[in-house]
Write a protein that binds this ligand. Structure first.
Ligand code: GLN
Length: 460
């Protein structure tokens, strides 16, 4: 789909201005109800006109004329970067994040800034200070979070591709609930320079799109070493879109009964298992049961790390330089993490919480390392339950945190993982998660493409 549009733009069959105008019309008609975008770029049409000139001169880049929505925790020069919080209300980006520089260099056009859970803390999109986002694929339900607006903008047809950030599932969870594609890159694959941290040892920026090709293309653009982020790696960035054309054959596909145990809604596990078996049959592959001994500890490991790193990262929001003092302006979940992080990182608790969590994180990483000695990729559910109804406020944080049971392990282990839709339950989209070893995004994309092809063939 997106591939066809790109070649149409290149050939002059659709101009960048026309493409952007179409999206602006859709945004105007739908955003009031969906609340996916917090801000629409007033200069988008002007920027599109400049790209059209480059297209005519045959000097345009890979993303020429495409509309890109950006999560509001990624810095874009002169656009509001609020993290959907009153803390940073009115703050405008003073520079382009590395990923934005790369998108602009390939002539992508930033269409607007997306809604999100406040400071990326959440799984539902309900904790934004500027109102919750509706799910275009299942109206009246949460779109998932924290990249709620990015996923909803893609699902509602308000942009071609969106950027989100994923610390424990924030790209994959909303991709699953909104029926779109979303990718969490391997840690260190994409520069975090210009991303406002939730938890710096876990965060990665990644794409959301309506098909696998869109995310593969965006990954080609944003991946690679940056001198501004010392955690990025030098590994070459392969052409993910051509890797995707390679037909999968004779793989070992891991599926773990440990996923089944943690799946509160067994229908989700059944659906994923069936899709995995079909993938194995279609690609001459073998399904292998893998043991993930420490999987059940992922949430208890993830949250202490996030609390402590978030507490540390937010100390710059003291009200002197940027906006308001965070503790005075933020919502309940953000405050819980700041106070919790402050408490458990006290010296008298040395070694009790954060250190222990880091030790278990190592065990989880080893668990995945061992599993990937036996299998090439792993297939898992994305969330253990379907998205809840909007407004049915979840007051127990433990219930909200449970959404991350199958997504946070990939962040803890540093591997890559992507979500692609594999059907619906009660008319609500369900995303299938594919995990691959660190820096094997090429393999992950081939497998995601195969799942997408199987689904499209069934629907045709
Ligand atoms: N739901 C998780 C959390 O609240 C994930 C957030 C994220 O990935 N940004 O921390």
């Amino acid at each position: 789909m997106l591939q066809e549009k790109i070649s149409k733009i290149k050939k002059g069959g659709l101009s960048a201005v026309e493409n952007i105008s179409n999206f602006l019309r859709i945004i105007k008609a739908k955003n009031g109800k969906i609340n996916a975008l917090l801000y629409v770029n007033e200069n988008a049409l002007k920027e599109a006109a400049a790209v059209d000139k480059k297209i005519k001169q045959k000097k345009a880049g890979k993303l020429a004329g495409l509309a890109i929505a950006v999560k509001s925790n990624i810095s874009v020069l002169d656009l509001p970067v609020s993290c959907a919080s009153r803390t940073l209300e009115g703050y405008q980006g003073t520079f382009d994040a590395d990923v934005i520089k790369r998108i602009k260099a390939e002539d992508g056009i930033i269409i607007g800034m997306a809604n999100m859970d406040e400071f990326a803390c959440g799984s539902s999109g309900e904790s934004s200070a500027f109102g919750a986002t509706d799910n275009p694929a299942a109206p009246g339900r949460i779109p998932g979070g924290s990249s709620s607006g990015s996923a909803a903008a893609v699902a509602a047809g308000m942009c071609d591709i969106a950027l989100g950030s994923d610390t424990g599932g924030s790209i994959r969870n909303p991709a699953s609930h909104c029926g779109v594609v979303g990718v969490k890159p391997s840690y260190g694959r994409v520069s975090r320079f210009g991303l406002i941290d939730l938890s710096m040892s876990l965060d990665q920026i990644g794409p959301l799109s309506s098909d696998v090709h869109g995310s593969a293309l965006m990954m080609e653009v944003i991946s690679g070493r940056s001198k501004y982020d010392a955690t990025t790696f030098d590994n070459p960035v392969p052409s993910y879109s051509s890797a995707m054309k390679k037909k999968l054959n004779g793989l070992k596909i891991g599926i773990s009964s440990d996923f089944e145990k943690l799946c509160t809604d067994k229908r989700i596990y059944e659906k994923i298992k069936t899709a995995a078996e079909k993938l194995a049959a279609a690609t001459n592959s073998k399904s292998v049961d893998v043991n993930l001994k420490y999987l059940h500890l992922a949430i208890q490991t993830y949250y202490p790390i996030v609390y402590v790193e978030f507490f540390s990262g937010t100390r710059k929001f003291d009200g002197r330089k940027y906006g308001k003092k965070i503790e005075d302006a933020c919502g309940e979940e953000v405050l819980r993490r700041i106070l919790g992080g402050k408490e458990i990182s006290k010296s008298e608790y040395e070694g009790r919480y954060y250190r222990k969590a880091l030790a278990v994180r190592k065990l989880i990483e080893k668990d995945f390392g061992k599993a990937f000695e036996k299998v090439d990729i792993m297939i898992a559910p994305t969330t253990p339950m379907l998205p809840h109804a909007l407004g049915g406020r979840i007051t127990d944080p433990k219930i909200m945190y449970a959404y991350d049971a199958f997504t946070s392990p990939a962040n803890l282990a540093g591997i890559c993982a992507g979500v692609v839709n594999c059907g619906k339950i009660n008319n609500i989209p369900v995303g299938l998660q594919i995990m691959a070893p660190a820096f094997r995004e090429d393999l992950m994309f081939s497998a995601m493409k195969a799942v997408e092809d199987l689904k499209n063939a069934k629907e045709a």
